[in-house]
Write a protein that binds this ligand. Sequence first.
Ligand code: EPU
Length: 430
Amino acid sequence: MDRIRLVGGNELRGEIPISGAKNAALPLMIASLLSAEPLVLNNVPRLADVKQLERILENHGVDIAVHGRRRGEDEGVGQRMTFHAADIVDTTAPYDLVSKMRASFWVIGPLLARCHEARVSLPGGCAIGTRPVDLFLYGLKALGAEIDIDDGYVVAKAPKGGLVGTTISFPKVSVGATHTILMAATLARGTTVLENAAQEPEITNVAECLVAMGAKISGIGTRTLTIEGVEKLHGATVDVIPDRIETGTFAMAAAMTGGDVLLKGARPEHLQSALDILAQTGVELTPEAGGLRVRRNGNGIRPVDVETEPFPGFPTDLQAQFMALMTMSNGVSQIRETIFENRYMHVAELARFGADIAVNGQVATITGKPQLRGAQVMATDLRASVSLVIAGLAARGETVVNRIYHLDRGFERLEDKLSRCGAEIERVAG
Ligand code: EPU
């Protein structure tokens, strides 16, 4: 297995292009199942999770094409891809494909809406928590689906004539359940109202894509989405939004090492709560026409308390990276993780750098230290892995991050982007 080797201590200086958002690209790709016409997506990141979802969509009968580079385009630009689901040949999403990536469960919404049936493997638990699917099943049943669990599969059938719109009030905010029920409702008969819907920018990206495909949706970007079902959706061309988690991750890396970095293409409004917190730590953040500039010149890192929340709150996907930053603050800070029950696996690994972190239930108390020391570390999920990379960038001496396939699931050209800004970082083939 590949590893990343880095030597900490260099400031980050330069420009980092922000890639298309993984968590927008995945549901946008899934939305292609709703129409017999092609969906063209611009700025799809080159990631292992995208590849994995391609396999799943291909199994349902989707033709996928990657367009070549266009005149005047940078080589680093995201892929332009076409997803054409002219004929759905299989409405089963098998265990061996779904178990590798939880978001693939979301195909159940479009398959059920368009083909009136779906058989999708339960995704199972994952490293960061149990992650049940009760909210998905609650929403699909409300749209009239009959649901059975058979041999580890969710078997869903729509009533005769298809799904039927209704009002659904989610008891808890869920990104995946919102994507799935929103997609399903576009082809349901009548009106669906989704209350307590997730409002993440990725939901907005998908809702706007569905509108471009002919769906009728109002309330986009708010807690309540209203969908008037239509008979068919058509093709469209849609841009994947820039990745706000990648943006926040590099902002925290620069905050930790010091320096001056322009995050090209970043959309600050997509991570305002995280930027507000970063500003309180003493980082200078300046939105510019081309993106977001992050600077920290010499001053210490102030401790700030954080609680993770659904958007527009502080994202759970930046919690590990923020914890890495707080390990070098000049005081004591607390993080409360409220979204996932087991998202502190990076704590034991950060301790290898000499960090002082105590966990009590949902709350981590971090006592900052002036200097971390490089270490051999390993992570068990994507965001935890990258928190170890940014800790290593600021630590004294050499760090080796093992098991980096997690990073390849969600960060495009990570070593390349960082080394162009002065980091001493390389991938070592395993
Ligand atoms: N939940 C339920 N029942 C359900 C669905 C969710 O109890 O039926 C719970 C979950 O267990 C969790 C909470 O609701 O405690 C929120 O989970 P949500 O459904 O919002 O998460 P998700 O859709 O599975 C997406 C992102 C995650 C991100 C979360 C929260 C994608 C592909 N994944 O997951 O991203 O952490 O929203 O913002 O969009 C990552 O990229 O590293 C990642 C884990």
